[in-house]
Design a protein around this ligand. Sequence first.
Ligand code: NAD
Ligand code: TDX
Length: 330
Amino acid sequence: MHVLVTGGAGFIGANFVHTTVEDYPDATVTVIDKIGYAGNPKSIEGLDRVKLVVGSTEDRDLMDALVGEADLVVNFAAESHNDNSLVDPSPFIYSNLVGTFNTLEACRKHHVRLHHISTDEVYGDLDLDDPRKFTPESPYWPSSPYSASKAGSDMLVRAWVRSFEIEATISNCSNNYGPYQHVEKFIPRMITNRMDGVRPRLYGDGLNVRDWIHVLDHNMAVWAIIEKGRLGETYLIGANGEKNNLEIVRALNRMMGFDEDDFDWVKDRPGHDRRYAIDPTKLMEETGWAPKFTDLDKGLKDTIEWYQANEAWWRPAKEETEKKYAAQGH
Ligand code: NAD
Ligand code: TDX
């Protein structure tokens, strides 16, 4: 089996490549990644049976050639950070929409199976006291340029399934954490700020809720969908991990030996989604998947240790990232 992983030098994609070479000894993997600010070749360095092609999914001819060699395409490639999309939405439109369009066209031409990776943010947000969670029937109501571009990419996949009968599935997952996550994201930013002697920064009132899942649980769910999911279907991936941002910062502070309230409040993110929450029933019933890394305290401790042990991996991105945040007042 030859797997083409788009965005495979990013956080979730790189973890997916690791899992794939470990769990599927017969698989060979090609990663296509544009290696912009977010992709890091070191995340997949030295892995057997993995080839990295530096290029963009926006390059139609390249996608045509790479998809033509593959038995399966897993589409992780995307601009992924909400705060960036609020400063300059343009790359989000090209990577997330045009990139997915090219991927779909190549899968259509070569009759290759596609799994498209997406986010719970396409459903907008929930009130804190809303008893509901997102289900595959929830209406699309994205808030940011990032989530709107992901929603658009999901719609393209659905249209290509219906109109051209391509063999595709979609998954929408909640907030991931774990190794190889860029220091712009909440948990790695808090950990690496602490390591740099900088107080963590909480947006708004800190009560926004995210439904945390370990990246390995996400990727095992992706493989479960590839193997057992029904073509044309959408599956929601989540592990019952709702926590507000204040709880996360306090936990990280305690674990790193600081007073739990040793952080700064900063201005809110414009349009900041209040709460995400996933109902993964369909995925669990149809594929038998269940999350394994559900002890969030242990997961956070392991993640802290990973960033402490891998400073050479994240250090080169830190200064630039904090410069961007300073310009936004964050
Ligand atoms: P990331 O930013 O760490 O990784 C994205 C990777 O895609 C990067 O390596 C980047 O260089 C690459 N990329 C971007 N545009 C590209 C293009 N046009 N051509 C080739 N490569 C390109 O993000 P991530 O957190 O690993 O997210 C991966 C996917 O998972 C995205 O589709 C994202 O929407 C989705 N997702 C993320 C989360 C989360 O919590 N991080 C949750 C649900 C879904
Ligand atoms: O310094 C910070 N302080 C803070 O309070 C940062 C960086 C974030 N936050 C808050 C904003 C969010 O409520 O923490 C929460 C998480 O922020 P992000 O890590 O930026 O994630 P989020 O916006 O929730 O989106 C993430 O999950 C869904 C991923 O980046 C997306 O790619 C994915 O689709």
